[in-house]
Design a protein around this ligand. Structure first.
Ligand code: PMP
Length: 404
């Protein structure tokens, strides 16, 4: 058959939703940073050498033996019942309020789908998790940025905003935020939950890193405070998302949402249209690992990331010029660097790459732009000697750029 040149203009046929999507700025940057000699603080990958490979192999075997062909069959949209039960027990809520999702990333997309109509006001931290912006963007939100400092969201600014601006949703990462590594103060959490409750604003609390605390005291989750505030799991205006990606392994794509029953019912419908259910065997594998391997793994990861963060911070304090600011995370995988205002971290990245070190420039993490003089460093997947060499190279790059 002679091939016919397609008369179809695919771009013209894209939906409005598809038009709102854009390539992740980080993905493009990561391509450059993946050359073998480059020490990369850019990616947000968990440390692969810590993955419990043998334990996952045994768990897969155990699940296949325990469930036989049911492990490979379609299963319920809500999720594997023993996994939902366990999550419910940990959170002190009924399993009916737990929805298993294929990565928190799917959770964010489904929440965007069921909650955001075009033009709805969505409040986000400045800066915020880029993946959430990507998930919400196709649904056409109007972003309003909330100012943040070392204690997280400025709740006075939030209150002033809510007095004048009706908002639908507030999205926040209160523990060891991606990208800044900051944690929301305990007192501010209470006020945030009380204010959003009073003004009828839903809160999405995205908490993949909460278990990875290596110093300081844990604060109650917004979800727990929401339960206290409203007194009932089915009137709680806080929706909680977490994941086994950072505590166990990301590749199984097992995560969950805790929410009021009417929202769970809608999420089930949305998920049916998306992927019917999260892979059955993957959920069973995770369930096999919950009681024994998961707590040990969390301890291993905490220790390793705590050590790596400590080494990175020590070298930063020795190598970076005085007028460069940086956060000191108490957990998670990231820290945030603020260069003098006149510097541009995107331009500087090219110079850093010539010294074989990479990071992610900060501006893509701002919903409304800005932050050109900021950058994110990840310490989770670099070894201590790489951290030392990489931070030394980055210190030289910054000093050279400052001198010009
Ligand atoms: N939320 C935040 C804040 C994250 O940093 C990430 C992972 N980078 C996700 C959600 C997505 O995680 P998951 O692997 O569960 O999809």
């Amino acid at each position: 058959m002679t091939p016919v040149r397609s008369p179809i203009d695919f771009t013209a046929l894209l939906s409005d939703r598809a038009r709102r999507m854009n390539a992740s700025a980080i993905r493009e940057i990561l391509k450059v940073t993946q050359q073998p000699d480059v020490i990369s603080f850019a990616g947000g990958l968990p440390a692969p050498e810590l993955f419990p490979l043998e334990e996952v192999r045994r768990a897969a075997d155990a699940a296949l033996t325990r469930y036989g062909s049911a492990a490979l069959q379609y299963s319920t949209t809500e999720g594997h019942p023993p996994l939902r039960d366990w999550i419910g027990r940990q959170a002190g809520i009924p399993a009916a309020n737990v929805q298993i999702v294929t990565g928190s990333q799917q959770g964010l997309d489904l929440l965007g789908k069921i909650l955001i109509s075009e033009g709805d006001t969505v409040l986000v931290e400045a800066p915020t998790y880029l993946g959430a912006l990507q998930s919400f963007q196709p649904y056409g939100p109007r972003y309003v940025e909330l100012p943040t400092d070392d204690g997280g969201i400025d709740v006075d600014a939030l209150e002033a905003l809510l007095r004048t601006t009706p908002a639908k949703l507030l999205y926040a990462v209160p523990n060891f935020q991606n990208p800044t590594g900051r944690t929301l103060d305990a007192e501010r959490r209470r006020r945030l939950v009380e204010l959003t409750g009073r003004y009828g604003v839903l809160v999405i609390e995205d908490d993949p890193y909460g278990q990875l605390r290596f110093s300081g005291e844990a604060a109650p989750s917004l979800y727990e405070l929401g339960l206290e505030y409203t007194g009932d799991v089915n009137t709680n205006h806080v929706i909680y998302c977490s994941s086994f990606s950072k505590t166990l392994v990301p590749g199984l794509r097992d995560a969950w949402i805790q929410a009021a029953a009417p929202l769970i019912a809608k999420l089930v419908q949305a998920k049916q249209g998306a992927d019917l259910h999260t892979p059955t065997l993957n959920q069973m594998i995770v369930t096999e690992l919950l009681d024994d391997v998961l707590p040990r793994q969390i301890e291993t990861v905490r220790q390793a990331y705590g050590e790596r963060a400590g080494i990175m911070l020590r070298h930063i304090s020795e190598q970076f010029p005085q007028d460069v600011e940086y956060t000191s995370p108490q957990g998670g995988m990231f820290l945030w660097v603020t260069l003098p205002q006149h510097m541009d971290s995107t331009v500087m990245l090219q110079r850093a790459l010539t010294r074989n070190v990479a990071y992610v420039p900060g501006s893509p993490f701002f919903a409304l732009g800005g932050g050109h003089h900021t950058l994110r460093l990840s310490y989770s997947s670099a070894t201590p000697p790489q951290i030392e060499r990489g931070i030394t190279a980055l210190g030289e790059t910054i000093r050279e750029a400052l001198d010009q």
